[in-house]
Design a protein around this ligand. Structure first.
Ligand code: NAI
Ligand code: 13P
Length: 339
């Protein structure tokens, strides 16, 4: 199979190199500088230091090879950019005739300069319906730190799409000895899980950075899962998807794993760093920072209670301090668990 991965950050690089022994894989970098560095180093020192790029992995990109040229003749196109690039990338791919998958996990920031745009941020499948309705596409999600996948450590993913052809293409492309890829037709559930777990990982990082203890962390993960499920079901997802890889699976990984950038943001805010300092020190995207506001905004429009996500927004937007977030959550009125 010929696969092109558009975007040479940590995750695109890891996924591309992990299957380059079995497929003809091209990793496409946006800028000429990034492409030159990948070619010179045969490693992605900026975004994924450590793993070498296998000799079989093809490298392309930069202005001399725009997306339209790069995707010609490919069997599968993978968008490996942050969510903020999804709209423009889907626009460039709108006439593609082969399956397309995206890896980003989040909600877009609200777009105000698009005629008839909804007044709240969208998930990628909703952007797809606006800008590329004829594309056959889906998301590849689930608990997967890039570095572990690049090292060949066992990982399970979920390929979610309403198109069986797209699900099958993703399983054929990525299922193998180190990666298990499960199919799911609940794309809403997969996208809500992937986005909300990033917001919750900021909360859990904060909790651990403040040394609140393991009881508090377990409570945050469990009540966070309830929030994720509440929003997802209200948006049209199936409840059971949230007990799967893109829900509970990715929430546990991101909330507890120190490789998580979102968790690191919470840990650094607990240390007294500013949000700008935390973002600067990462050098990678932490999607929870950019989608927390939208998660809460969409929940409010649906009249849903998401207190942990609300507390993260209060913190990120500077209205409460790290220490006050705890009282914000603990001093709430008692309520029934299963509502
Ligand atoms: N790193 C990880 O372990 C995982 C990340 N993800 C998700 O995948 C997405 C990408 O994450 P990472 O690769 O880790 O981010 P990263 O911060 O390591 O790299 C982002 C890459 O996207 C490129 N980029 C940005 N805008 C672009 C555009 N318009 N066109 C082409 N390239 C562009 C940047 O140059 C950079 O190479 C995020 O939404 C993240 O939540 C999902 C699973 C695992
Ligand atoms: O999505 C991820 C793992 O599944 C990566 O999480 P972070 O973006 O928080 O590093």
């Amino acid at each position: 199979m010929k696969i092109i991965v558009l975007g040479a950050g940590a995750w695109g690089t890891a996924l591309a190199l992990s299957v380059s022994d079995r497929h003809q894989v091209t990793l496409w970098a946006r800028s000429a500088e990034q492409l030159a560095a990948l070619r010179a180093d045969r490693s992605n020192l900026r975004y994924l230091p450590g793993p070498a790029l296998p000799a079989e992995l093809r490298l392309s990109g930069g202005p001399s090879e725009p997306i339209a040229e790069a995707i010609a003749g490919q069997d599968l196109i993978v968008m490996a950019t942050p969510l903020s690039a999804a709209r423009s990338m889907l626009h460039s791919l709108r006439d593609a005739t082969v399956p397309v998958a995206w890896l980003s996990k989040g909600f877009e920031a609200p777009v105000s300069n698009i005629p008839n745009a909804r007044p709240f941020g969208l998930m990628v499948h909703e952007i797809l319906a606006q800008v590329a309705p004829n594309l056959r596409a889906g998301v590849l999600s689930g608990p997967s730190f890039a570095l572990e996948v690049a090292r060949g450590q066992p990982t399970a993913l979920v390929a979610a799409s309403d198109s069986a052809e797209v699900r099958d293409a993703l399983v054929s492309a990525f299922h193998g000895p180190n990666l298990r890829v499960y199919a799911n037709d609940d794309i809403i559930g997969a996208e809500v899980g992937g986005a909300v777990k990033n917001v919750l990982a900021i909360a859990t990082g904060l909790c651990d950075g403040l040394h609140l203890g393991l009881n508090a962390r377990a409570a945050l993960i469990t009540r966070g899962l309830a929030e994720m499920m509440r929003l997802g079901v209200a948006l049209g997802a199936r409840a059971e998807t949230f007990t799967g890889l893109s829900g509970l699976g990715d929430l546990v990984l991101t909330a507890t794993g120190d490789l998580s950038r979102n968790r690191k943001v919470g840990l650094q805010l607990a240390e007294g760093k500013t949000l700008a300092q935390a973002i600067e020190s990462l050098g990678h995207v932490a999607e929870g920072v950019y989608c927390a506001h939208t998660v809460v905004q969409r929940a409010r429009l649906l009249d849903l209670d998401m207190p942990i996500s609300e507390a993260v927004v209060e913190l990120l937007e500077g209205r409460v301090s790290a220490h006050d977030v705890v009282s914000l959550l603990m001093e709430r009125e008692p309520k029934n668990e299963m509502v």
